[in-house]
Design a protein around this ligand. Structure first.
Ligand code: FAD
Length: 455
């Protein structure tokens, strides 16, 4: 991917230490460049980071990766992470608690497409019409090569493919919310198809669901920081970049609120969220070139019970109905991922603008009551402790035809990176990592050409 220890050493500033910034910094450092990461907070990880709650490390939000996250998994291995150890690999599944009115769909460990066929035949809680609709969907999507001439909403796509109400409710809507963090009525059918192509439509391992066994900082950013250091790079924490300006052929980085706030670099990667990137590029480019994004929140509710409490599975899908106070869409048993978290459940609400508007204590109580009822475990109604964590700008709303900017915004020696740049994928860890790697390639290209000329 990137040649190690390239000859020409270029100094590169990477602004923002989320997964995109880490990916760019790793690739650049590994190629022999002098990298400095500026991260405004005290930790790397950005929107996927560990947080101290109730005296232990939890996450700012429950995350799930897919076997299809090719570049994220490869990058984790590059920095020395044993992905089999830190991720619990489960076959593709959508399993609701028995008796909750849901379904039980789980792919066996067989080669594709047999895993899907058998999963479909065995699926409990679906009628023959639902199963036929699902089979028809995947055959037609495959035949169309997972491509639409004109993007539309996921709801329109499902209607066109004659998907049943029950299948939409139990399979497509939760998948769309989990993958795009946008309700099907407003979500991009093309991006949804891209995710399905690389998961349901690909080899079985790509469809696997991977659950972190360690907190998100420990999962990757911590190792990223160590790797960057090993390659003589530097990570500056609490370093909020207030401005960037041209300085000859290079770039000057000015920090906010310091005595000696300026440092000069040959090149720069802006791996900040799009709003901050637009502010930093104000006056350098027309900021409308970065696109026009709106955002969707995600709420994660942590509930703690006695340490020996255990759910029958590591995670379940839940039928949500906000009007009835049933907010939860997925519940994860953290104790089955990390033994030190026995008794802790995390419940996810995607596209959570209504949930964010609720009183946090009442929301946690409602979710606890939903779990007790749905899982038929009355003790779940009375958690010993609870905490609601809401990320208001968790991801951009992934709407039809959304225009996302390229890494190259036309400024020499500068690349932008982040989950919002051009990608097949919605705002995900994989989109962020791919974007960071693409930004690094853009920076590396001129240096590589020089190296070739010299040799
Ligand atoms: C609650 C939640 C749940 C999610 N669930 C999933 C999931 O299950 N699966 C999945 O794949 N994805 C999930 N995502 C999406 C995923 O976390 C993001 O797509 C990804 O983390 C974005 O990474 P990034 O590097 O592009 O941006 P960010 O993580 O936002 O990184 C930007 C960094 O820049 C720093 N910064 C900002 N301004 C400055 C400045 N001026 N100077 C210096 N530093 C600055 C920030 O502090 C931050 O560290 C979820 C997101 C959230 C919030």
């Amino acid at each position: 991917m990137f040649a190690a220890d390239a000859v020409a050493k270029t100094s590169v500033a990477v602004v923002g230490g989320g997964w995109a910034g880490c990916a760019a910094a790793i690739a650049l450092a590994k190629s022999g460049h002098a990298v400095t990461v500026f991260e405004s907070t005290r930790n790397l990880g950005g929107r996927a980071r560990g947080v101290q709650l109730d005296g232990r490390m939890l996450d700012n939000g429950q995350h799930i990766l897919l076997g299809a996250y090719r570049d994220s998994l490869a990058l984790m291995r590059t920095v020395g992470i044993d992905t089999d150890e830190v991720l619990l690999r489960l076959p593709l599944q959508m399993r609701y608690p028995p008796g909750s009115g849901g379904m039980d769909f789980a792919a066996p460990r067989l080669p594709a497409p047999l895993h899907m066929v058998i999963a479909l035949l065995r699926a409990a809680g679906l009628t023959r019409a639902d199963k036929m609709a699902l089979a028809r969907f995947s055959t037609t999507a495959r035949w169309m090569e997972w491509r639409m001439h004109n993007d539309c909403s996921v709801s329109e796509l499902l209607e066109r493919y004659d998907q049943t109400e029950r299948l939409t409710k139990l399979m497509w809507r939760p998948l769309c919310l989990a993958a795009l963090n946008t309700p099907p009525e407003r979500a991009s059918a093309q991006v949804f198809l891209n995710v399905l192509r690389d998961s349901l439509g690909a080899r079985r391992a790509a469809s696997d669901m991977l659950l972190p066994r360690v907190n998100l900082t420990e999962l990757f950013p911590q190792h990223a920081a160590r790797f960057i250091g090993q390659y003589q790079g530097q990570v500056r924490y609490g370093a909020n970049v207030g401005a960037i300006t041209r300085n000859g052929d290079g770039w000057r980085v000015t920090l906010s609120g310091e005595q000696a706030p300026q440092q000069d670099f040959d090149c720069i990667v802006l791996a900040t969220p799009v709003a901050q990137t637009a502010a930093l590029l104000d006056g350098l480019i027309d900021s409308s070139a970065l696109g026009d994004f709106s955002y969707e929140p995600i709420t994660t509710c942590y509930l703690r019970y006695a340490p020996d409490l255990r759910l029958p599975l590591p995670f379940f899908a839940l039928i949500d109905d906000a009007a009835a106070g049933d907010w939860g869409q997925f519940v994860f048993d953290r104790g089955q991922l990390d033994a030190s978290q026995g008794g802790i459940l995390s419940v996810v609400v995607s596209a959570a603008s209504d949930a964010v508007a609720q009183d946090q204590g009442e929301l946690a109580q409602a979710i606890a009551a939903q779990l007790a009822k749905t899982l038929r475990m009355p003790q779940l109604a009375q958690p010993l402790w609870s905490k609601v964590v809401s990320e208001k700008r968790a991801t951009f709303a992934c709407t039809p035809g959304l225009i996302r900017p390229a890494n190259d915004v036309g400024l020499p020696g500068l690349a932008i990176a982040g989950d919002y740049t051009q990608s097949d994928y919605p705002a995900t860890l994989e989109a962020a990592v791919r974007s960071g790697l693409a930004a690094a390639r853009q920076i590396l290209e001129p240096a590589d050409e020089e190296t070739e000329e010299q040799s």
